[in-house]
Ligand binder design. Structure first.
Ligand SMILES: CSCCC(=O)C(=O)COP(=O)(O)O
Ligand SMILES: [Mg+2]
Length: 227
């Protein structure tokens, strides 16, 4: 089976972990209390707050407690879907105000542009919400890269360490898992994708090996046709 589609993670793969941890998460942390207090009455924020309280097992607590829970979740890097949705809304304001610019490694930009030109279908799968994914690529230091991608997947398709999520994504893309190449910096995500028959390539930007998977330090040594 030949690779037809390439599915990529963001943090640690196309984009620096430090951009997410030192720029995006602190931005969301700083703005979350004000954002939530101001927008708690809007349907889109109210729905996410309901989901936060459901997931936290503390239904009926007040807004201050909900904000505390969300701040704890940011600090522990919890990949909770409602937190990710709220972060995406907050980051949108930052990108719109020119306070944020998405980091995408130049080698990733170049390879994604080349693969798009060669006819590969390009897709994103990140724990960040689809809104956040479109923002990091749409308002990137290299300009608007969103036209390169044919689709975006987040944790509403399932968690990234579960094989079922990759099966679901392949089905949505309309390509057998064996024709998809998945790129990530997290071995458990690569393992879950490989379990479905997807081809995998690990990104270890600081060097090293993602056990059981071909591993590279940058996109410029990934040749999809060789998988
Ligand atoms: C879409 S940028 C924000 C990334 C994010 O919130 C996150 O949790 C990173 O997850 P990933 O699956 O891209 O490692
Ligand atoms: Mg990652």
């Amino acid at each position: 089976m030949a690779v037809k589609a390439i599915l990529t993670d963001i943090e640690g793969t196309t984009s620096a972990v430090s951009f997410v941890f030192d720029v995006l998460f602190p931005y969301a942390r700083r703005h979350l209390p004000g954002f939530v207090r101001e927008r708690a009455g809007t349907p889109e924020v109210a729905a996410q707050l309901d989901a936060v309280l459901g997931e936290s097992g503390e239904p009926g607590v007040d807004l201050d407690r909900a904000i505390d829970i969300l701040l704890q979740w940011i600090d522990s890097d919890r990949k909770a879907t409602p937190l990710k949705a709220l972060q995406g809304m907050i980051w949108q304001q930052g990108y719109e105000a020119g306070e944020l610019k998405g980091h995408v490694y130049p080698d990733a930009v170049k390879a994604l542009q080349a693969w798009h030109g060669e006819g590969y279908g390009l897709y994103v799968y990140s724990s960040g919400s689809i809104q956040a994914q479109k923002l990091i690529f749409g308002c990137s230091e290299a300009g608007d890269l969103t036209s390169l991608f044919s689709g975006y997947f987040d944790t509403t398709s399932g968690h990234k360490r579960e094989a079922a999520s990759y099966r679901r994504i392949a089905e949505t893309i309309g390509v057998p898992p064996g024709d998809v190449l998945f790129l990530s910096d997290v071995v458990e995500e690569l393992d879950a994708a490989a379990e479905t028959g997807m081809k995998t390539c690990g990104l270890a930007r600081q060097g090293g090996e993602l056990a059981g998977h071909p591993t590279v330090t940058a996109f410029d040594t990934i040749y999809p046709a060789s998988f």
